[in-house]
Structure formats: C-alpha cells, structure tokens
Design a protein around this ligand. Structure first.
Ligand code: ARG
Length: 378
C-alpha cells in the first residue's frame, strides 16, 4: 500500500505533455547539457552568423573542458533550483558530437551539442515537434532528446511525437552573397530590412526557437534560421492555430526570437529596443490591448568568450508562471525592470554557460505548463 507521500510523488511524476504558451505555470521542463559541446567547423549558415570581429572566427573543435564543466555546474544548479520549486526536470542524453554529419547531400566534420533544447523542440499543446534545423552541424541533435521523447510517448497516451521533414541542406539552401567575411553591418541591416537572409526558399527550414507560443497564435521570426517555407510548413502543420510571421529589421544576425521579443504574461511583451518590431507586426498586439515594452539595457557590453549570442541574452528570461520569472543573476537592469512590472524575479546564475548556445529560455524546452489553448487575440 502506498502511503500519502509516495502517492504525491507518483501524482507529480505522471507524464503529461501539454504546453500552449510561454508563461503558463511550468510543471515539467527539459534543461540542456554542455557535455562534449563543440564549436562546429565553418559551414554556410554558421559563417553568416559569426561577426567578422568575433573571437570564434576560424576556431573549431571541442570546447575547453573547464568551460564545459563550469557550464554544466550552472545548468545542474538551475535544474535543482527548478526542482526545488516542484518542477519536474529532465535532461538530454548527449551523443558523440565529435562525429561528422554525413548525408547523401553534405558532410561536415563535427556537430554542436545539446545545450539549447529550445532550438530543436517545439511544444505546441500535446505535441512536441522536432524542428527541421537549418545548420548542418545540428542535423542529428534531435537524437539527444529521443530517449526522453520515447519515454513520454510510452507514458502519456495523448502525446504526439512529431518530426518535421529533414532538410537536404545542400548549397542551394544558402545565399552565396552572405558568405563573404567582409559584409558590413550596414549592408546586413539593409538586407535584414529587405528580408534577404542567408537561407533561401529552396525547402522548408525552421529552428524551434524562432517560434513563440501565445495559445491559439504562434509568432514566428523570419530570419537566418527560419525561412518563409518553414513558416508555411508550420501553418499547414498546425491548422487550428493562427501563424504570424514577424521580422526585426534592426537585427543584423536574426537567429532565434527569444533575445528579441519576450512575452512575460498575458498582455505584456518585452521588445529588444535595437531590433524594432515593424509597425505592420504591432497591430495584432496593440488591437488586443497588449503592451510592448522596451527591454532594459543589458548589464554587459560584450558577450562572454566564444559565444554566438549577443549581450541581449539579458532578455532571454524563463517565465515560471505569470507572476514569476527567472532572470540571469548578473542582469540587474533586466531584473529591476521586471520587478517594477510586478514580477517576482528569481535570479539564476548562467552567464558562463551562454557560450554553449544561449540563456535561460534557450537552455530549456517545455514539456508541461498548466493551461489550455486560449485565444489572446480575439
Ligand atoms: N540571436 C540571439 C542574440 O544573439 C540569441 C538567441 C539565442 N536563442 C536560442 N534559443 N538559442 O541576441
């Protein structure tokens, strides 16, 4: 006979996959790992992203072990912090990222890692969808999540495990004019404004981290990692949803929406003040009484060493429920602003893991948030 305590444990351990928004109360989440993470060799999509003056130019290979250990220490602590709040946390199973990726269409000499699960897994309602991905080095990353996804599938009879068609990622997927090292920022901004990105429209491409979930509505960034065909693919795949394409002409490296546009709770979104959501994309929110607030300035002038992301990981926060938000511990301005906006702020140290692919939102993927499919833009 199970006693009351065991029953409680069992009840919270029942696997239910379901998440409709970025803010409903978080009950179950995946937190990434830094194990064996590599800086991948040059490839078209990645080259377009690494700034000419970045310390990552020309580097590739396994990341230094001390940095891997430090990142894992922070990720483990974050997982414990979430568990202490009653949230169930699962972790991926790394594969050997030193292995090349070889398909009939391309070959690249190593892989990336499994630190930002947000990039790969898109949870919409009772479904987790493996994104196509748009970098060759990330083609097999979904394998790190298969042990978890298989388990959820066994345990939750309503869970739909889906995978988008794997892309071929031939050279036809990338625009050659993006591949020069000497493209100026002004040129990049002109191209971003003209929605001329490194990926072509050869085939549907999307990374899961270009999608934000607002109940019935999905907001998807058109940029380097997601093309218009990828957005159309999502539209056909989720026929019950309204899918809105957005772009940010102030971002010279538009990759993943979650350091650019951050929903905090129904009615409130943080917006990256440098990246400028165009007027035609604001209507949906403004007509429905949503407030779009410029995010506070980042606390740092530069990203940490060997980091792909910008200082705007300051706004890459993880909402635990509509009143509580995790903010990176050194991002004091962002914390102050969210406090002023009425949120309880939970500081989480993560900056030394940024180089592995992102911040607090990136390094997680939703399995369950308690809520239903609500229409926030009636
Ligand atoms: N492009 C963003 C920036 O550098 C970083 C986004 C990282 N997000 C992620 N899901 N990996 O500002």
């Amino acid at each position: 006979m199970a006693d009351a305590a065991t029953e409680t444990t069992q009840a919270t351990e029942t696997t239910v996959v379901e998440s409709w928004t970025e803010w409903d109360p978080l009950a179950h989440v995946i937190v990434g790992r830094a194990d064996d993470c590599h800086i991948p060799p040059a490839e078209p999509a990645l080259d377009a992203k690494v700034p000419a003056d970045s310390d990552m130019r020309g580097q590739w290979g396994r990341r230094p072990q001390e940095s891997i250990d430090r990142a894992n220490e922070l990720l483990d602590r974050f997982a414990d912090q979430l568990r202490a709040r009653g949230i169930r946390v699962d972790r991926p199973t790394p594969i050997d990222f030193s292995e090349p990726v070889r398909t009939p269409d391309f070959e690249t000499a190593s892989q990336f890692g499994c630190m930002p699960p947000r990039d790969v897994l898109l949870t919409v309602g009772r479904e987790i969808l493996e994104a196509t991905m748009s970098y060759r080095c990330r083609w097999f990353e979904y394998l790190c999540y298969r042990p978890l996804l298989q388990r959820y599938w066994e345990e939750d009879p309503n869970f739909r495990h889906e995978a988008a068609p794997k892309p071929r990622l031939t050279d036809a997927d990338y625009r050659p004019d993006y591949l020069s090292e000497s493209i100026s920022i002004a040129q990049r901004l002109d191209w971003a404004a003209a929605k001329h990105f490194v990926t072509t429209e050869e085939e549907p491409l999307f990374d899961a981290a270009d999608v934000l979930r607002f109940g019935r509505d999905l907001v998807v960034q058109h940029g380097f990692t997601t093309n218009l065909k990828g957005i159309e693919w999502l539209r056909r795949h989720f026929p019950e949803h309204r899918v809105h394409a957005v772009n940010f002409p102030g971002d010279p490296y538009p990759i993943h929406i979650d350091a650019t546009f951050t929903p905090i709770r129904p009615g409130l979104i943080l917006n990256n003040p440098q990246r400028r959501l165009p007027a035609e994309c604001r209507g949906l929110f403004e007509r429905n009484g949503w407030e779009i607030v410029d995010a506070a300035q980042p606390a740092h002038n530069t990203p940490p060493p060997l980091c792909y992301s910008s200082v705007w990981l300051s706004m890459n926060v993880l909402v635990l429920d509509p009143k509580t938000v995790c903010v990176e511990a050194s991002e004091v301005y962002q914390a102050e602003q969210l406090d002023r906006l009425g949120m309880e702020v939970v500081p989480v140290e993560l900056r030394d893991a940024y180089a592995f692919g992102g911040g607090l939102h990136c390094c997680t993927a939703d399995v369950r948030r308690i809520g239903s499919c609500t229409d926030h833009f009636p």
